[in-house]
Write a protein that binds this ligand. Structure first.
Ligand code: DGY
Length: 330
C-alpha cells in the first residue's frame, strides 16, 4: 500500500477528522454544498484505495467498477447503509463499514424531542407567535397530548430503539416494542419492555417511534391501513429512513385527524418533502437531524476515518459490515 494512499471523501466532514485523513492520505475532497454529483463521484473514485461516503452516495456495481480493483474500503459516514449494496461490495472484495454506536444516544434524543414537540405542539406554537396574531391565554388553547404515563411503541428494537425506551422510563411510560428479533430476556426486563406483534403495538400505543433499517420488507411498513389502525390521539415519529412511511398516506391521515400528530426527521424522496405534509400544521418536520450534534458528527467522522485507516493498514475495520471479505483476505 502507498505511503499516502489516494482516498476520496465525498463531503466536508468535521475538521478534526478531515485533518486526520489529510495527514495520512492523499485526500480528494468534494467540497460542494450538496451531494457529490454522480458523474463526478464515478470520475473521482477511479483509482482510489478507499472512500468515505455519505448516505447521499449510491455505492453499487457501477461505483465499484468505476473505482477499480485497488479499492479496499467504502467507509460510510452513517449507521444506516441502505445507500450501499453490501453484496456488491462483497462480490468486488471491497470492505464496507458504517458508524454504529457513536450516534445511538443522540438519535434517541432527537426521537424523544420529536415526541415532545409533536405532542405538545411546540413548532406550531412557535409559528403561531411569529405570525403576530393577537392572543391571550385560554383554557382550550392549543391543547396537546400528555406524554408521561402513556404507552410508547418502539418499532425496531436495536440500539437506538432501546435507548429511546430508556428515556421513556424517566417519563413513567409503558414501553412496548416490535422487531423481527427478540433481545435477551435481561434486556426486556432492564428496559421494562414488552414484545407485541405489530398490529397490537399500533392499536395500544400513544406514541409510535420507528427505528428499523430500510429494507424491501420495511419499505412502506407504515401505510394507510396501519395509520388507520393507530389511535386518533397517536403521535408517529420517524428518525429511521423516510421510505419506511408512505408519506402521501401519512399526510392524508394527519389532514383527516386520523392520528393526532407526527414528528418526521427523514423523508421518502429526501431532500424533497411531500407538499401535503408541509401543509399539515400537526406535523413537526426537521431536515434529517437525528445525529446532528457537534460531538456526534465528530465521533462519526472519526469512526469512519478509523475504519478507513484500518483497511489501508490491512487491519480489520472496527465496524465492518461484510466480514466475509475480511475473512477471505486474512
Ligand atoms: C445515519 O447515520 O444513518 C443517519 O441517518 C445520519 O446520521
Amino acid at each position: 500500500m502507498d505511503a499516502r494512499p489516494p482516498v476520496l471523501v465525498t463531503r466536508r466532514l468535521p475538521a478534526e477528522a478531515l485533518e486526520r485523513v489529510a495527514a495520512r492520505c492523499d485526500m480528494t475532497l468534494y467540497d460542494g454544498d450538496g451531494a457529490m454529483p454522480r458523474a463526478a463521484l464515478l470520475d473521482q473514485v477511479a483509482g482510489k484505495a478507499g472512500a468515505i461516503t455519505l448516505l447521499t452516495d449510491r455505492v453499487d456495481d457501477e461505483f465499484l467498477d468505476a473505482a477499480g480493483p485497488q479499492l479496499t474500503i467504502v467507509a460510510n459516514y452513517a449507521v444506516g447503509f441502505d445507500n450501499i449494496d453490501v453484496e456488491a461490495c462483497t462480490r468486488h472484495g471491497v470492505l464496507a463499514s458504517n458508524t454504529p454506536e457513536v450516534l445511538t444516544e443522540t438519535t434517541a434524543d432527537t426521537a424523544f424531542a420529536l415526541i415532545m414537540a409533536a405532542s405538545r405542539r411546540i413548532a406550531e406554537g412557535d409559528r403561531f407567535l411569529r405570525s403576530r396574531v393577537p392572543w391571550i391565554w385560554g383554557p382550550l388553547m392549543m391543547l396537546g397530548q400528555d406524554i408521561h404515563h402513556k404507552t410508547l411503541g418502539v418499532v425496531g428494537f436495536g440500539r437506538i430503539g432501546q435507548a429511546l425506551a430508556r428515556r421513556a422510563r424517566g417519563f413513567s411510560m409503558r414501553v412496548v416494542y416490535h422487531d423481527t428479533f427478540r433481545p435477551p430476556a435481561e434486556v426486556e426486563s432492564e428496559l421494562g419492555a414488552e414484545y407485541l406483534d405489530l398490529d397490537e403495538l399500533l392499536a395500544v400505543s400513544d406514541f409510535i417511534s420507528l427505528h428499523t433499517n430500510l429494507t424491501p420488507e420495511t419499505r412502506h411498513l407504515i401505510n394507510a391501513d396501519r395509520l388507520a389502525a393507530m389511535k386518533p390521539t397517536a403521535v408517529l415519529v420517524n428518525t429511521s429512513r423516510g421510505p419506511v412511511i408512505d408519506e402521501q398516506a401519512l399526510a392524508a391521515a394527519l389532514a383527516a385527524g386520523e392520528i393526532f400528530a407526527a414528528g418526521i426527521d427523514v423523508f421518502e424522496r429526501e431532500p424533497e418533502v411531500h407538499p401535503d405534509l408541509l401543509a399539515c400544521e400537526n406535523a413537526v418536520l426537521i431536515p434529517h437531524l437525528g445525529s446532528a450534534t457537534v460531538q456526534t458528527r465528530l465521533a462519526m467522522a472519526n469512526l469512519a476515518a478509523d475504519n478507513l485507516f484500518a483497511a489501508l493498514d490491512s487491519q480489520r475495520p472496527p465496524t465492518l459490515l461484510n466480514p466475509k471479505v475480511w475473512e477471505g483476505s486474512s
